[in-house]
Design a protein around this ligand. Structure first.
Ligand code: GDP
Length: 295
């Protein structure tokens, strides 16, 4: 039968009761359980190890065994530590520019176009903003079409320039158009490759320096596990992005990528995608993610 981490810890602490205080030896088994849960959730091995080492320090210094429910207290220590590692609280996007400019980055298939539509929808409906979408993926007509369809569904204009293969010029012209027409947020969707390549990185870096975005968001598929961390690092090294969007959390991943990415690039996760529909978007809650990772 499946036993969650909380129950498992409760059980192992029951057996330890009476020993008085936590020692390195009796906490070792518990830490192994925690590390296993993190690895099961696809957290990077080194990060899982560092995490359990930190928790060990904390647990050894506390009177966990004298608590009424020592296992639960231990789980709380672990969850709080996980949540604080993932930023503690929700980190919002900064939209100061007039218009504010948001640049999307990430691999093809990560969910950039879908998220662009979801974000425009959320900004329009919940924040009363007037967004404009920009089709910057000039290599895939299907991507432009997909953005147009999304724009129509949510009543947000989509800026495109047929035949123009220069995304830098398109992005700049779109911002001018937004200014002229009174749109206050410009969301620039960009091309992604199936793997990180030099040309893609050069192109998005050129867009960044040309339009100086308020926010650069890195969109990543949470189902890609360890690869997500490497991709995040490569994009961050090049773009110094402002935040991460973790998509496809409606899948069966436990979401360990959230912890690994945060630990490696030290940037906040700002949004999570939870489905294909336009409404399937949530701001990131570190405490909920900690629950999910631990199971
Ligand atoms: P892009 O190439 O980065 O622009 O990726 P797309 O936005 O085209 O998304 C690729 C696929 O993932 C599409 O089939 C989307 O419907 C799907 N997708 C995007 N976000 C989510 C999500 O949060 N959950 C699920 N289940 N599917 C998603």
């Amino acid at each position: 039968m499946f036993e969650n981490l909380s129950d498992r810890l409760e059980r192992s602490f029951k057996m330890l009761k009476g020993e008085g205080k936590i020692t390195e030896i009796n906490v070792a088994e518990t830490l192994k359980d925690i590390r296993r849960a993190l690895l099961d959730a696809d957290v990077n091995f080194k990060i899982a190890k560092k995490f359990t080492d930190d928790v060990k320090e904390k647990a050894l210094g506390q009177e966990v065994l004298t608590a009424v429910k020592p296992g639960q207290l231990m789980v709380k220590i672990v969850k709080d530590e996980l949540a604080s590692l993932m930023g503690g609280t929700f980190a919002d996007i900064e939209l100061k520019g007039k218009p504010a400019v948001i640049l999307m980055s990430g691999l093809q298939g990560s969910g950039k176009t879908t998220f662009s539509g979801k974000l425009a929808n959320m900004l329009k409906k919940k924040k009363g903003r007037h967004p404009m979408l920009v089709a910057g993926d000039v290599y895939r007509p299907a991507a432009i079409e997909q953005l147009k369809v999304l724009g129509e569904q949510i009543g947000v204009p989509v800026y495109t320039e047929e035949g123009n293969m220069d995304p830098v010029k398109i992005a700049k012209a779109a911002i001018q158009e937004a200014k002229a027409k009174g749109y206050d947020v410009v969301i620039v969707d960009t091309a992604g490759r199936l793997a990180v390549d030099e040309q893609m990185m050069n192109e998005i870096a050129a867009i960044k320096s040309a339009i100086n975005p308020d926010e650069i968001l890195f969109v990543v598929d949470s189902m890609t596990g360890q690869d997500a961390v490497n991709t995040a690092k490569e994009f961050n090294d090049r773009l110094d992005f402002d935040g991460v969007v973790l998509t496809k959390l409606d899948g069966d991943t436990r979401g360990g990528a959230a912890l690994s990415i945060r630990a490696v690039v030290e940037k906040p996760i700002k949004f999570v995608g939870t489905g294909e529909k336009l409404e399937a978007l949530d701001v990131f809650h570190p405490d909920r993610m900690a629950d999910r990772i631990l199971g």
